[in-house]
Design a protein around this ligand. Structure first.
Ligand code: MG
Length: 373
């Protein structure tokens, strides 16, 4: 990768860190980053101490993405910064919270978590003397904005011509580093959701063995270590998942290296105009899609998960209604933003920043209801 396209507010480099190392450090020191520890991935935060949270998920994505970036000679620092920031805009209660907030915001521009992650680093973090947000480099911001609807892309493009939203209007790709983090995200949650699913008791080993991708690595694990068949099933599961992750990384690195060699983009702009270059091979892409479909049906739509996501939706919807009606229930700085024309956006920002447990406490305070014992 060549030189950075820089920051919206120019800052001299003076302490030996490069642009993307500085981005990463700002992300790690942000308030939004600390909150990820108490935000749900699939299981609500209080359901168990060993399930993934948004924080451990983000660390797993960063680890996977950095390891692959090194093998592909991509910019590891940029990859790490994007990975650590990619979920900063997530609401409490995972996808249930995001869907509920989007529903509440339907008439007010909607709620998109990737856009919210960008909003956190561009505007909502309040820890620097000279600017709102973290003033990150273009490349990190581009990677954070993974998806964006056309209407929001048009608005962003008006505010920042030729900026991070332009690619959604032109149908071009982001940097190789952004493409890599996107796939590392998918690899991380496919692997850890199997693990968390089994840990929760909602997924059974028999069910998993019907999935060809998992079966292959489970059989390999047992062939390499026959004692696993008698030992703790957790050890066999962890070994099979580790093999699956490694095989996906090998596949992605090989397929991507081949694409880069075949298409040989001349520079960063060549990458943006090319088709997606970071990719799995076709068989691995199909296997990964099948795994996602399996997890969707067997885990995310499991009756027990649905029951907690239904309650989570209600928490978010009730909080939204309560704050819109009475913004004074929010802390002063949020109540102040709510006095501006976009009251609903200020409320959505406040709710999106909450951890699971804080949202539950607020819900109890404002409604007197206890939805999660
Ligand atoms: Mg993620």
């Amino acid at each position: 990768m060549g030189r950075s396209r820089g920051r919206r507010i120019a800052e001299p480099l003076h302490d030996g860190r490069n642009e993307h190392q500085r981005d990463r450090d700002r992300i790690v020191h942000s308030t939004a980053f600390r909150r990820l520890v108490y935000k749900t991935q699939v299981f609500i935060n209080h359901e168990g101490d060993l399930f993934r949270t948004r924080l451990t998920h983000s660390l797993e994505v960063a680890q996977l993405a950095r390891a692959m970036a090194r093998r592909l000679a991509l910019n590891e620092d940029l990859v790490e910064a994007i990975a650590l920031a990619h979920d900063l805009g997530h609401t409490p209660f995972g996808h249930a919270g995001q869907d509920a907030l989007h529903e509440c915001m339907r008439a007010h521009g909607g709620f998109e978590h990737n856009l919210q992650s960008l909003r956190v680093v561009d505007a909502l973090e309040q820890c620097h003397a000279r600017f709102d947000g973290l003033n990150l480099s273009f490349e990190t911001r581009e990677g954070i904005l993974k998806h964006c609807s056309r209407s929001h892309a048009e608005r962003l493009e008006r505010d920042e011509p030729g900026g991070v939203a332009l690619r959604f209007l032109q149908g071009t790709q982001p940097s190789l580093e952004a493409q890599l983090v996107n796939l590392a995200d998918e690899m991380a949650y496919n692997a850890h959701d199997i693990d968390d699913g089994v840990r929760s008791g909602l997924l059974g080993t028999e069910q998993l063995l019907q999935l060809p991708l998992y079966r292959r690595f489970h059989d390999q694990a047992l062939a390499a270590h026959p004692a696993l068949a008698q030992g703790s099933p957790r050890r066999a599961l962890s070994d099979a998942i580790a093999r699956m992750r490694a095989a996906q990384a090998d596949d992605l690195v090989a397929a991507t290296a081949a694409q880069l060699q075949a298409l040989a983009p001349a520079d960063a702009e060549g990458v943006r105009r090319a088709p997606p270059l970071v990719a799995f091979s076709t068989p691995m892409r199909q296997a990964s899609t099948e795994l996602k479909r399996f997890l969707f049906g067997a885990l995310y739509r499991h009756a027990q998960v649905r029951q907690s996501t239904e309650r989570a939706r209600q928490v978010v919807a009730d909080l939204f209604a309560a704050y819109v009606q009475n913004p004074q229930e929010m802390p002063a700085e949020h109540a102040e933003s709510a006095a501006k024309p976009q009251r609903e956006r200020a409320v959505a920002d406040y709710i999106a920043g909450m951890t699971d447990r804080f949202a539950l406490r607020e819900h109890q305070r404002l409604t007197g209801l206890t939805l999660f014992a």
